[in-house]
Ligand binder design. Structure first.
Ligand SMILES: *Cc1c(COP(=O)(O)O)cnc(C)c1O
Length: 385
């Protein structure tokens, strides 16, 4: 089976992890801070807080921005559930902004309209979480402008997007947001097995996330309520979690980071080849605005259903039966039973629902060969006949 995505692990990656295994610290050692510094440098952000998943990073980001019961957080319905769940963890409520049919990102027009309505109703969001779908940046200049006007904070869910660029700068520099989150799950651009990171230019937000990552415990005398009882002393000053990344994971991440640019280049080359091979088929793909360079986590096609004699499901089955591990990203979050129980329903976000009826993610990862890619294109062509 050709998967839709998979990690690329080199001998150097393996060696890096083995080094840590032979060292004194498997966790809470020196490699996590090295990895944090390397990611911050790469993104040109001031601070990075590494954690055990992007889901944890999103949770900490919401907590650091003081999301709490009574608050509202908005995100895209076409994302992994974690982009919305993070707000619920904090007791806040979630609402969605429909997508743009060409970029599959949250639509700035819909956001603008929804903010105007929310202002009238006194229901403005505290935080908006734009998701850089497939590694393609949202229109951050426009979202930043709206945030100034309406006073919301911004967490970029860049789980797909490390190595991507926006306006000639790395995604994650937080020029247009308060915090940016990346995922290092094996299907994403670089991996730490499981893992995630939050980057920010605000030292207070970084401190808060670092504190909450490890039980809300501090060893910094300046943060304590009184002088330490002795050298062993620590204080728990908030209710935190164990969201720590291990040194084993950080070593893998540091090693993978060296190949990040090559991974993104290769993904872009393969996507170009798909576009060439699929040009005559009744399918669309994500439009790439000129001021963006996607990290190409996903290559999604949308079937032009009216020009195809088969259903979306039939096409999906034909490809899977041909051992091609295509997938669908994503089932609209508002249609998940958990969210339906909160009152969301079919019809709420028509563009997201139309997208869901057409989308298929084709295999794309650095070690995918051109030969295999052409096979995928061939089988797809035959399936649409
Ligand atoms: C993968 C993903 C996450 C969650 O990442 P984990 O590291 O698996 O917790 C969150 N948001 C989006 C958009 C994702 O694709």
């Amino acid at each position: 089976m050709i998967p839709y995505s998979r990690q690329s692990i080199s001998e150097d990656d393996i060696q890096a992890v083995v080094e840590v295994l032979k060292s004194d610290f498997l966790t809470q050692g020196p490699v996590v801070p090295q990895f944090e510094q390397a990611v911050a440098d790469y993104c040109r952000a001031s601070h990075a807080v590494a954690v055990n998943s992007a889901t944890s990073a999103l949770h900490l980001a919401c907590l650091a921005l003081d999301v709490k019961p009574g608050d509202i957080v908005w995100t895209s319905p076409i994302t992994f559930v974690a982009s919305a769940n993070c707000a619920l963890y904090c007791g806040a409520s979630v609402d969605f902004v429909d997508i743009d049919p060409d970029t599959y990102n949250l639509s700035v027009e819909r956001l603008t309209e929804k903010l105007a309505e929310a202002e009238c109703q006194g229901r403005l969001p505290k935080v908006v979480i734009p998701v850089h779908f497939g590694g393609l940046s949202c229109d951050m200049v426009a979202i930043r402008e709206l945030s100034r006007r309406y006073g919301f904070k911004i967490i970029e869910d860049a789980s797909h997007a490390i190595g991507g660029r926006y306006r000639d700068e790395p995604i994650g520099n937080c020029r247009y947001s308060d915090i940016t989150v990346f995922s290092f799950h094996p299907v994403k651009i670089i991996t730490t097995g499981e893992g995630g990171i939050a980057v920010t230019n605000d030292i207070e937000l970084a401190r808060r996330m670092a504190l909450l990552r490890s039980h809300g415990i501090t060893r910094d005398a300046n943060q304590m309520t009184h002088e330490p009882d002795g050298p062993w002393y620590y204080q728990q000053i908030e209710l935190g979690f164990n969201y720590r990344m291990t040194d084993l994971q950080a070593a893998l991440g540091l090693s993978q980071l060296k190949r990040l640019d090559a991974f993104v280049e290769r993904r872009n080359q393969l996507a170009d080849l798909y576009r060439k091979r699929l040009i005559d088929l009744p399918v669309n793909w994500q439009v790439q605005p000129d001021d963006c360079r996607s990290s190409l986590h996903l290559f999604v096609i949308r079937l032009q259903n009216s020009r195809i004699g088969k259903s979306h499901l039939e096409v999906f089955r034909l490809l899977r039966n041909a051992d091609i591990g295509i997938n669908i990203h994503y089932i609209p979050v508002h249609l998940q039973p958990y969210y339906k129980n909160k009152g969301f329903k079919l019809g709420d976000y028509p563009e997201a629902e139309k997208y869901y009826a057409e989308a298929i993610s084709l295999p794309l990862y650095p070690d995918l060969t051109e030969w295999h890619l052409c096979e995928v294109a061939k089988v797809l062509g035959a399936s649409l006949n």
